[in-house]
Design a protein around this ligand. Structure first.
Ligand code: SIN
Ligand code: FE2
Length: 211
């Protein structure tokens, strides 16, 4: 088969938005082990949107604050509402990967306080949205894919802008910032499959400078 992108290649998917193919592969085992540790303290849960819909993606967080949604709205919270205690600390391997990937994409000095951990199962999807609950948009979003492949939908600044379909594989890292910071994005329904490290699951780590 023709290999369109080398494993460590770089693909511009928008202005200020870049896909770093395989950038997280060297850390795959440490990242997955850390997800287990985080979930043992702050379990994955399906949150409810302000409109009252239960999300299909299961989520948890680590870092100084975590992204949560419930009937009262979206927010960053220093505590896990399920446990009533602070979110697990952000593991060093997470913070280092996020900072280095951001720098390679052209965003120096990225020091995220928040890491949202998403867990997808076959059929699970994330509808088009903007990441806009952060206090400033000068910093990028860094997103790490692990496990089953997915189709990332990367659109423009208007919901009606037709999104580009970007295949994401285990170990890929996407960084979007600058003119793309508020781009609409989402994840198409996960296709069934079996990944040697995660089984019938995909994990995504989303790093943001929230405060
Ligand atoms: C997100 O937008 O929060 C997640 C993106 C992804 O799962 O790749
Ligand atoms: Fe997002």
């Amino acid at each position: 088969m023709l290999d369109l992108f080398p494993p460590e290649g770089r693909q511009e998917i928008g202005e200020g938005a870049v896909l770093l193919h395989g950038r997280a592969l060297a850390h795959q085992h440490a990242l997955l082990a850390a997800i287990e540790t985080i979930a043992a303290r702050s379990p994955f849960r399906r949150m409810v949107t302000p409109g009252g819909f239960q999300m299909s993606v299961a989520m948890t967080n680590c870092g100084r604050v975590g992204w949560v949604t419930d009937r009262s709205g979206y927010r960053y919270d220093p505590n896990d509402p399920e446990t009533g205690t602070p979110w697990p600390d952000m593991p060093e391997v997470f913070a280092t990967l996020a900072r280095e990937a951001a720098r390679e994409a052209g965003f120096d000095g990225f020091a995220p306080e928040a890491c949202l951990v998403n867990r997808y199962e076959p059929g699970t999807r994330l509808s088009l949205h903007q990441d806009k609950d952060e206090r400033n948009y000068a910093h990028p979003v860094v997103s790490v894919s692990l496990g089953l492949p997915a189709t990332f939908q990367f659109g423009g600044l208007k919901r009606s802008d037709r999104p580009t379909k970007v295949p994401l594989q285990h170990g890929d890292v996407v960084v979007w910032g600058g003119p793309s910071r508020l781009a609409f994005h989402g994840v198409a329904a996960l296709k069934d499959g079996e990944h040697p490290l995660t089984g019938r699951r995909r994990y995504n780590l989303t790093f943001r400078k929230a405060l």
